[in-house]
Design a protein around this ligand. Structure first.
Ligand code: GLN
Length: 494
């Protein structure tokens, strides 16, 4: 059994560990062997952390042997996006400028994971500073999609999603500023949750766009994602935007089904220009399935969502230009050598340390915030943000949840959109409205498109609707089942 432990979802593994049928150490070794076998093809990790994982696993085994009752995920391996600080472990944010940065503290999410006993098997690849939709903007090279290694896993949390899809870990942590958990989840055929802004602490998360960034879970089942979200959510006095209320129980109602739930199909985010036919077809079938399960499903038009993408690509770069000002060669990370004075040192550090996309965002953001243009760009974008929030509020007068595609297309080829920022930005058209509203959403696999690649169903809800979202996603998953295992799994389904 031990050799095949990597095939099992998190809740099953944790159960077997708690019952002492297997040890956390054996579970970790099985996954480390799996990583050794498939990582050369997938390249999900920037920094593998086998020693950290082994130490955490033996700690779990010791505590279980001592009779301690641990959390419901204790001993289950996890891939951590390399944008969350781990004390003593290199944390790069996918950037050359932090290529040798070793933080002296843990992010709150990491402290929570240590308490939960989820061994961290590696720091997962991402687009530089989480800016991108494919991981091609990583200074460490792209990750590959386990369904087809000539294709991207999505991004920016593509390494975490690919690691979970390739079964190098049953759990992953990503961040979602404009879709960076949900879009890679969709493209890799796994579950991803973008929690309500403020539900999960951002302390120790390297900032991209502070009014949008959120940390959230990846898993292969809805229940595993719910358990991981419960483990990391909750108030943190070190993050001033952290929600003070206690976190709702996310698993208590997860099997309660969708009977009577009102679900609105967000027409503009299901089909039309730019949407792949197979994506639209699978998402429509998913809506029919939810209706057959007892949900009241109806169409709703959300026309202002069409402006959300443009607003996001002003607001996020504006915030990024401010957040990334701290990388000056003095306080953090890389410093260009041999400069004549501090001005030259600063400008060469940034020229050499940042990649093209990050520079593009800093320039866009600086421009949008500059005196004389502020009202026309940043100010207008904030007004659009308010319109999007109002559109959601109107929709939630009629519906409990909204339904759409997660991504308008399946995974694209590595290189296909690399030189076309606009085509890349369009990957986020379905996911961005939720970030602008500070609300919650989930992506759950809903089938394969005509090209044989996974399609994600997105369910969106108002702030703090996670329990409802997970319940609806679980009802869908229970009825639909799971995708076949990607070819990389070899013989035998999950
Ligand atoms: N793809 C979007 C961007 O490039 C979203 C990224 C994210 O959510 N971190 O900004």
């Amino acid at each position: 059994m031990t050799a095949d432990l990597w095939r099992l979802p998190a809740a099953e593994l944790a159960g077997a560990i708690a019952r002492r049928e297997v040890s956390a150490a054996e579970v970790v070794e099985s996954h480390l062997a799996r990583i050794e076998a498939v990582e050369p093809e997938v390249r999900a990790f920037i920094t593998p952390t086998p020693e950290l994982a082994r130490a955490q696993a033996s700690d779990v085994d010791r505590r279980i042997a001592a009779g301690e009752r641990l959390g419901p995920l204790a001993g289950v391996p996890l891939a951590l996006k390399d944008i969350l600080c781990v004390d003593g472990v290199r944390t790069t944010a996918g950037s050359r400028i932090l290529g040798e940065f070793v933080p002296p503290y843990d992010a709150t999410v990491v402290s929570r994971l240590r308490e939960a006993g989820t061994p961290i098997v590696g720091k997962a690849n991402l687009d530089e500073f989480a800016m991108g939709s494919s991981t091609e903007n990583s200074a460490f090279g792209p990750s590959r999609n386990p369904w087809d290694t000539t294709r991207v896993p999505g991004g920016s949390s593509g390494g975490s999603a690919a690691a979970v899809a390739a079964a190098m870990a049953p759990l992953g942590i990503g961040t979602d500023t404009g879709g960076s958990i949900r879009q890679p989840a969709a493209l890799c055929g796994v579950v991803g949750v973008k929690p309500t802004y403020g539900l999960v602490s951002r302390y120790g998360l390297i900032a991209f766009a502070s009014s949008l960034d959120q940390v959230g879970p990846f898993a292969r089942t809805v229940r595993d994602a719910a358990l991981l979200l419960e483990a990391i959510a909750g108030h943190d006095p070190r993050d001033s935007t952290s929600i003070p209320d206690p976190v709702a129980d996310l698993t208590a109602t997860i099997e309660d089904g969708v009977s009577g739930m009102r679900i609105g199909v967000a027409r503009e985010l299901v089909g039309g220009e730019g949407f792949q036919a197979g994506v639209t077809a699978r998402v429509r079938e998913a809506a029919d399935r939810l209706a057959a399960l007892g949900a009241e499903v109806d169409e709703v038009s959300v026309p202002t969502f069409g402006y959300a993408l443009s607003a996001y690509y002003l607001i996020a770069p504006a915030e990024c230009s401010s957040n990334l000002a701290r990388y000056d060669g003095v306080r953090y990370g890389y410093r260009a050598a041999g400069a004549a004075d501090v001005v030259e040192m600063n400008s060469r550090t940034r020229a050499e340390g940042f990649g093209d996309e990050v520079k593009r965002r800093i320039m866009l953001g600086t421009y949008a915030l500059s005196a004389g243009y502020y009202d026309a760009y940043y100010g207008k974008a904030q007004q659009v943000r308010t319109l999007v929030i109002r559109e959601f509020e109107r929709a939630y007068e009629r519906f409990d949840l909204l339904l759409s595609a997660t991504s308008p297309t399946t995974a694209f080829k590595i290189g296909e959109r690399a030189d076309d920022p606009l085509a890349m930005y369009l990957s986020d058209v379905c996911t961005i409205p939720t970030n602008l509203a500070g609300a919650a959403a989930i992506s759950v696999p809903c089938g394969l498109a005509e090209d044989g690649l996974p399609v994600g169903l997105q369910l969106m809800g108002p702030p703090l609707s996670e329990a409802t979202l997970l319940r609806a996603a679980r009802a869908f998953e229970r009825d639909f089942g799971f995708l076949p295992a990607p070819p990389l799994w070899g013989e035998g389904a999950p």
